[in-house]
Design a binder for this molecule. Structure first.
Ligand SMILES: [Fe+2]
Length: 321
């Protein structure tokens, strides 16, 4: 029997989050251009094929990066307080801030949970599919990094709502849409399924871009924003017609004692193999986790088949289907 997965509480909704839209716009302008969303699930994209929707992204803080002005989100007292409240935790350590800009996307984003991280295992040393299988197995929960996510929306655009499944994937989703401007949802996007709804405009064309496309302020000084793909402008709109969301992720610890205590408790690939093998054996499944096969997709897929990721009910068609 696959272990029970714990579904998180509903996210906390905040209003009037950013006091000064203009400083956010300045931050967005300074950090242009924005590049098409890549994705671990689409490694083979051809640079010259228009196979992506107009979904652009940039990391403002993460790893070595921390751009000037990030602190308006990273140090936002109300958001950090909501993260503490959501988890009933004392220590919040923000580590990633990124921006999504979207327009003209007729289908939803994928219904998904955000990619998991484990102490000692992350995407740099472990295939993403294996990390996800580890999450859905429920066998590695004590090493899984607890992360809070805040999503903030800048303006109300045509479409662009978000579906989320606070009651778990086997119940109907909730929906945040319409009056989203300057609101944020703060919760556990690594445990709760969520899905971006289609983003307008819906009646101006069918937009596809190559991985080389860029979105940023138009170069003619009009104040509008534009998408330029291989030298040609393919889209243009006022910034307030583009769905802008800013995501902040933070590690969460009950208190500093717990933070210190778990720091040295790292999961090795040998641990992963041993724990999976114990579980496979106890479930009488004829599959052995072989360390030699960790890089092989057929093996990872066979393993994943025994620890299924649920498909949430009420999910919309995704641009990746
Ligand atoms: Fe997400």
């Amino acid at each position: 029997m696959q272990s029970e997965v714990h579904w998180p509480d509903a996210p906390i909704e905040l209003g009037e989050v950013m006091p000064d839209r203009e400083s956010v716009v300045a931050l967005l302008e300074r950090n242009a251009p924005y590049l098409p969303l890549g994705g671990w699930f689409r490694p083979d994209q051809d640079d010259d094929s228009p196979t992506s929707r107009m979904w652009f992204q940039k990391t403002l803080m993460g790893g070595e990066v921390c751009v000037e002005g990030s602190e308006m989100f990273v140090e936002h007292a109300g958001v950090l307080e909501a993260m503490r409240t959501f988890y009933d935790a004392e220590v919040i350590v923000p580590h990633t801030l990124f921006v999504n800009l979207m327009a003209g996307i007729p289908d939803g984003g994928p219904a998904h949970t955000d990619n998991p991280l484990f102490r000692g295992r992350d995407r740099l040393n472990t295939p993403m599919l294996l990390l996800r299988t580890m999450h859905w197995s429920g066998l590695f929960a004590q090493w899984e990094t607890v992360q809070a996510t805040s999503i903030w929306w800048m303006d109300d655009v045509e479409g662009g709502g978000i579906l989320f499944w606070p009651d778990g994937p086997h119940h109907e989703p909730h929906r945040h849409f319409g009056a989203m401007s300057n609101t944020a949802l703060v919760g556990d996007n690594h445990g709760m399924f969520h899905q971006v709804e289609p983003v307008g405009p819906f009646d101006q064309g069918d937009y596809w871009v190559t991985p080389r496309a860029e979105m940023g302020p138009a170069s003619d000084g009009s104040g509008q924003w534009a998408v330029v793909d291989r030298g040609a402008e393919v889209y243009r709109a006022a910034l307030d017609e583009i769905r802008v969301s800013v995501l902040l992720k933070a590690d969460v610890f009950r208190d500093s004692a717990q933070q210190e205590q778990v720091a040295s408790d790292l999961l090795s690939m040998e641990d992963v193999a041993r724990i999976f093998n114990q579980d496979l054996k106890s479930r009488e499944i004829d599959l052995v986790f072989d360390l030699e096969k960790v890089g092989e997709l057929p093996f990872l897929a066979a393993l994943a088949a025994h620890y299924k990721e649920p498909r949430p009910i009420g999910a919309r068609k995704s641009i990746f289907e």
